[in-house]
Design a protein around this ligand. Structure first.
Ligand SMILES: Nc1nc2c(ncn2[C@@H]2O[C@H](COP(=O)(O)OP(=O)(O)O)[C@@H](O)[C@H]2O)c(=O)[nH]1
Ligand SMILES: [Mg+2]
Length: 232
């Protein structure tokens, strides 16, 4: 961990107005503790409640924090890609803006950084309704069959990425498939992926929409596109 010089934290916002303050302050507190060169990049993905504007007002005096805006909603994967492009530091910790993941897990992930190009996470327990747990199980099983990946939980919203890795793989997904695409392409190119177990915290407001009919459709479409490209 000592060899790590600089860190970017990036998270997207969509319907996350209720958690954005918590996310900024927790991230700032953590970065202060880590004493590395650092920044926070926030991507407003056409937030219906203007969460990005709120994030901007909260972080006005924070020199290390930037908010980027999509003019209209472009999707989870698109928001992550925009954020990753803006990150300038050696390691990028990507998480979600709804505080379902704990930013302090970054410390755990950094411990694996020396031996990794990508550190992904798996949830010790999935704190969702049964239908969502089943969908997640099917998704992971399908990815294992199609791409022969052995990951426990390929597509959580929390991961640590070596910046140089992003120059070597081209990410194209705009849907929530982006997380899986990153892990699959990293493995196929022969780079190192490690996994770390984490606790997650159930949503305290609204409902998550990554598993909406629209997102499932877009995810399956991008999954098949990658399968055709890699395997056929
Ligand atoms: N669902 C959804 N989330 C988005 C979008 N763009 C960015 N996000 C972010 O993706 C994160 C995960 O979304 P969420 O609905 O909570 O999905 P879940 O955690 O998989 O249930 C949130 O923090 C959103 O801010 C989008 O178009 N749709
Ligand atoms: Mg969520």
């Amino acid at each position: 961990m000592k060899s790590i010089k600089s860190i970017s934290i990036v998270f997207p916002l969509y319907k996350d107005r209720r958690t954005v303050k918590k996310m900024i302050f927790r991230s700032q507190k953590l970065l202060k503790k880590l004493k590395k060169k650092s920044e926070i990049i926030i991507v407003d993905d056409g937030c219906p409640e203007k969460s990005g504007v709120y994030a901007k007002s909260l972080s006005q005096k924070m020199k290390n924090t930037k908010v980027i805006f999509h003019k209209k909603n472009m999707g989870y994967g698109a928001a992550i890609k925009t954020g990753l492009k803006k990150c300038k530091y050696e390691w990028i910790f990507q998480t979600d803006g709804d505080a379902e993941y704990d930013v302090n897990d970054l410390i755990k992930l950094l411990k694996k950084a020396d031996r990794s190009d990508l550190v992904i996470t798996y949830r010790f327990k999935k704190k969702y309704k049964t239908s969502r747990i089943i969908i997640s199980w099917i998704y992971n099983a399908l990815l294992r069959i199609l791409f022969h990946t052995q990951y426990r939980d390929i597509s959580t919203g929390s991961r640590l990425i070596k910046k140089t890795l992003l120059k070597k793989i081209n990410l194209i997904s705009d849907s929530p498939f982006l997380g899986a695409e990153l892990a699959i392409k990293t493995k196929y190119k022969g780079f190192k992926v490690n996994e770390v177990g984490i606790h997650t915290y159930p949503r305290t407001f609204g409902t998550g929409s990554s598993v909406s009919i629209k997102n499932i459709f877009l995810t399956v479409k991008e999954m098949l596109k990658l399968f055709i490209k890699i395997k056929i």
